[in-house]
Design a binder for this molecule. Structure first.
Ligand SMILES: Nc1ncnc2c1ncn2[C@@H]1O[C@H](COP(=O)(O)OP(=O)(O)OP(=O)(O)O)[C@@H](O)[C@H]1O
Ligand SMILES: Nc1ncnc2c1ncn2[C@@H]1O[C@H](COP(=O)(O)OP(=O)(O)OP(=O)(O)O)[C@@H](O)[C@H]1O
Ligand SMILES: [Mg+2]
Ligand SMILES: [Mg+2]
Lengths: 163, 165, 163, 165
């Protein structure tokens, strides 16, 4: 069991580092078993430094930086045991425009082999999709699905009209 | 292998039948706060066998059944069906289209169906085992996952790693 | 001490209900001491139902609804013991455009008596301010302040140019 | 009564002196992820006497001092000054402008100043007591406050109510 965990851990680690390079464009990232002799129980440490920064603990990183690292690690795990589909619920909320574009570029690259279902409030993310569904609640508490054309998305992300 | 369709009926804020069709690409779901988008995510976790009620934002499993509004009465059953295009043969079952259905009644009784044939939950979990499909933290990524992953409580983090192992 | 707490609690409760009416435009909200005979120790319950919905627990509410309730409660407390200023760090992140506009309308109304300092990535919120500061990091890890003109904020919230 | 100015020097990602001027209205602060906006919020909590290091996103108070980058060495001291326009007389001190300063050295030594005169932390906390000013959860509202407030752990919630009482 320890064998299997160590093998998987090393795969996650490599994937984490690769995805990190793509999303962060520089900087260092690693995950480590704090005690190699106790792989099944010891704490797993994450250490990350965006390009040019000296980071002593993850808590020092900003809300957006933490969100991006978290998604990087999840993608790293994802590629060890890929599901045919991946569902993302508003993971882009804390990201600024530049980080969001990097994230979407990586997502589109992965989308050649993986089906993504993404929930978002963000116009840039909406533009990245090839199918767009709107959910509305005309009657309070009752959800209704509408399919949406992209040109109908104006500055109000609620101007959803049925096609 | 991809998700081709999701049907919800009586699940959370979807009292009447609602049907989403997916292609293999990137599907984006939008709408105002509280309109039901995360409920759709919950339904995917649920139909794939999620038993951890807290990950479905409830205290008891019964809470996934439509509980009514000021204008509508509660319903007695929740049903979700997820269809896969299996032409790649990833799922070890001799069908090109695979339909997984889960039902829950207020009595607490559950039903599971595979291509409309009653089966046990076990049959569904065995079918998707080792395909990567399932309500894993890394394939159905929740709205507040950031803190959970970077959590100082390193047990949470270890659990995540073990899901992928 | 119990006296004082009960008095404050009732004030917070009234303010909470008032702010809720302004932000949610309908619906019900309340906070309750679960055991009136043990006011200093018992759990404090929050119950909220947006207009037309039947809500059995706060966990059922969406990310955006919870954020809005949380800000409503904080404002409720704030008006019991108002500070001359209030600092808000990206509280608008989970809100859709309609809820954001309601929040900003309430904020501007309170701003006649309270100074607000708001951190945001959102264009609508930027437009609500009368002073705008940009923070950039030209040298990695070194923050620099720039004052920003609103007309310079294009679709890229990072096109901050010094005035 | 309003905040008229904030100066940071050696505090977190602000190694050199940085100066924000405020008017009484709505000031909006923008910028990319990780550029230092929340650090500004931390500096306001800190200069008002925040002693809970976890609320400043650190393990030890020393972590508020600029710790260097690949191009710059760490600094030995953090200093933040907050100036209030006190023409309303809300602060019980006979000045129209009130300047509160806090310094921390790597040695662990702290200094506090009121209008540039050395004082004790106690003098500052007494001055702002009962004015509503202070690093309260409801007046300096953090980036991840939603979960803390609606937290199922009702102690967190009680603590919030007691701050306002
Ligand atoms: N069992 C249930 N019966 C009826 N309605 C329910 C049930 N469970 C949840 N809901 C409704 O679902 C709503 C929340 O939906 P959901 O979390 O999907 O919103 P969302 O679209 O993700 O919003 P956000 O953008 O704010 O995250 C609640 O307001 C509640 O009214
Ligand atoms: N003691 C310190 N010395 C030097 N730099 C520090 C120190 N503490 C934090 N930082 C830097 O501050 C950065 C985070 O800043 P901050 O949290 O203010 O970002 P932000 O502007 O709020 O971003 P976001 O929009 O993502 O929330 C970290 O990347 C880190 O480099
Ligand atoms: Mg949601
Ligand atoms: Mg921040």
């Amino acid at each position: 069991a320890a064998e299997k965990f160590l093998t998987t851990f090393e795969l996650i680690r490599q994937n984490f580092k690769n995805v990190f390079k793509e999303i962060f464009e520089g900087g260092e990232a690693d995950i480590l078993l704090s005690d190699i002799n106790d792989p099944l129980e010891c704490p797993i440490e994450i250490s990350v430094s965006p390009r040019g920064k000296k980071i002593f603990s993850l808590a020092q990183l900003s809300g957006g930086e933490r969100a991006l690292i978290s998604i990087t690690l999840l993608f790293g795990m994802y590629f060890v045991k890929p599901s045919p589909f991946c569902v993302l619920d508003e993971v882009d909320a804390p990201l600024d425009d530049i980080n969001l574009q990097r994230f979407l570029k990586v997502l589109k690259k992965f989308a050649t082999n993986t089906q993504f279902i993404i929930i978002t409030h963000n116009k840039l993310t909406m533009n990245a999709g090839n199918t767009l569904y709107g959910v509305t609640m005309e009657r309070p508490g009752v959800s209704k699905l509408v399919s949406v054309r992209l040109e109908e998305i104006s500055d109000k992300d609620l101007a959803l009209t049925r096609t | 292998m991809y998700l081709s369709s999701l049907k919800l009926s009586g699940f959370k804020s979807f009292p009447e039948g609602s049907h989403l069709k997916f292609n293999g690409g990137i599907t984006v779901i939008v709408g105002p706060n509280g309109c039901g988008k995360t409920n759709i995510v919950d339904s995917i976790r649920w139909v794939l066998g999620e038993q951890r009620v807290s990950l479905l934002r409830g205290d008891k499993m019964e809470e996934v059944i439509f509980n009514g509004t000021v204008e509508m009465k509660p319903l007695g059953m929740a049903e979700v069906s997820l269809e896969f295009d299996n032409t790649g043969g990833l799922l070890a079952i001799d069908y090109d289209q695979v339909l997984i259905t889960r039902r829950l009644y207020r009595s607490g009784e559950s039903e599971y169906l595979l291509n409309k044939q009653p089966c046990r939950l076990k049959d569904i979990t065995n079918l998707i085992l080792n395909t990567g499909i399932g309500p894993h933290a890394y394939s159905v990524i929740q709205q507040n996952m950031v803190e959970a992953i970077l959590s100082e409580k390193t047990d949470d983090r270890r659990f995540l790693f073990e899901e992928a192992a």
